[in-house]
Write a protein that binds this ligand. Structure first.
Ligand SMILES: NC(=O)c1ccc[n+]([C@@H]2O[C@H](COP(=O)([O-])OP(=O)(O)OC[C@H]3O[C@@H](n4cnc5c(N)ncnc54)[C@H](O)[C@@H]3O)[C@@H](O)[C@H]2O)c1
Length: 313
């Protein structure tokens, strides 16, 4: 039996659980939250869609009862506060670091072999915190950000090209922040045709910029951070692990010399399978991309340093 636990049954966590159940990614999906009754209510509401939508996965909600999460294959962490308009993801660190560390420790007591997927922001730093504090091998700690940023990149590319987003390929690497992410326009394609041949330099720059502030644009419209694409992106990562699909997805992972970086978790393409990170894929970056990556890593390191200042690490 396959089982996934999603911690935090708020906007992102509940959406992720909903997509996981709807796509029958796991036999059982558990949602856990601190808010009394919320995850139970959402699980019941979603279970009442099972016969409408025709899925057979079971959803369970629980208020802080980690025993119900026992023997999960994957633990997805979405608990914490989201950003409000005008805030950066990095400003969430003080509150979210304590939450992420404590929920991960509690969940791992009941699922010692689980793979941990971190979604809470600032995601690269929360992933690094999980890596440093949980004592798990690096293949079992995965930060989700690149899957979402890449889907936003493909969306904006498809808008610029006037085409179906499913026919566009593209990847965003680097940190999961408005100024740290790196949409790789040079490598993006439409049906195998480089988008650099189809869009002007100026148009591509617009697409890259829109992608980078894609989360902030939605936060401005919604009054809180987005959840449909983030939840679905989390489910995509979980599916590749649970079904051993070996998909290549950019994720925040521990680097040990790859891309010239060590002692950091940052977004790079990885192959995801039953062991979590099966392989870090090395891309040939050009000089400009290498410089952007080094700058992005320096910014992520700056945020990681706060973990020591606030005594969480
Ligand atoms: N990595 C990404 O790509 C990405 C994308 C969107 C949002 N996020 C982040 O995901 C997080 C969740 O966002 P959201 O919009 O779902 O927020 P939300 O406020 O809707 O949900 C967060 C939930 O966490 C719960 N929670 C808080 N402390 C908890 C604890 N100790 N144990 C269990 N549950 C607890 C809250 O009760 C709440 O229900 C935020 O940090 C947000 O910035 C990340």
């Amino acid at each position: 039996m396959s089982k996934v636990t999603v911690i935090g049954a708020g906007n992102v966590g509940a959406t992720c659980a909903n997509v996981l159940a709807f796509n029958e990614v796991a036999d059982e999906v558990v949602m856990l939250d601190v808010k009394e009754g919320v995850s139970e209510g959402k699980a019941m509401d979603m279970m009442q869609t099972a016969q409408l939508l025709g899925f057979d996965s079971t959803l369970v909600g629980c208020t802080n009862d980690y025993a119900k999460t026992a023997n999960s294959d994957v633990i997805v962490i979405t608990s914490g506060i989201p950003r409000k308009p005008g805030m950066t993801r990095e400003e969430l660190i003080g509150v979210n670091a304590g939450i992420v560390k404590s929920v991960a420790e509690s969940a791992l007591k009941y699922s010692p072999n689980a793979i941990v997927v971190v979604i809470s922001n600032p995601m690269d730093t929360m992933t690094y915190l999980a890596l440093k504090s949980l004592g798990l091998p690096k293949n079992r700690i995965i930060g989700m950000g690149g899957a979402l940023d890449s889907s936003r990149f493909k969306y904006y590319l498809s808008q610029a090209l006037g085409c179906n987003a499913n026919e566009v390929e593209g990847m965003v690497i680097g940190g999961h922040g408005d100024t740290t992410m790196i949409p790789l326009a040079r490598l993006a394609t439409y049906k195998g045709i480089p988008v650099t041949q189809l869009l002007s330099k100026e148009k591509l720059e617009e697409v890259v910029k829109a992608t980078m502030v894609g989360g902030a644009t939605l936060t401005g419209l919604l009054g809180t951070s987005a959840w449909y694409a983030p939840g679905a992106a989390g489910a995509l990562v979980v599916e590749s692990i649970i079904h051993n699909q070996k998909k290549m997805i950019p994720c925040s992972v521990a680097l040990e010399g790859e891309y010239g970086e060590s002692d950091i978790c940052i977004g790079v393409p990885v192959i995801l399978g039953k062991n979590g990170i099966e392989k870090v894929v090395s891309l040939e970056l050009n000089a400009e991309e290498k410089e952007l990556f080094a700058k992005s890593a320096a910014a992520v390191r700056g945020t990681n340093a706060v973990l020591k200042e606030i005594n969480v690490l």
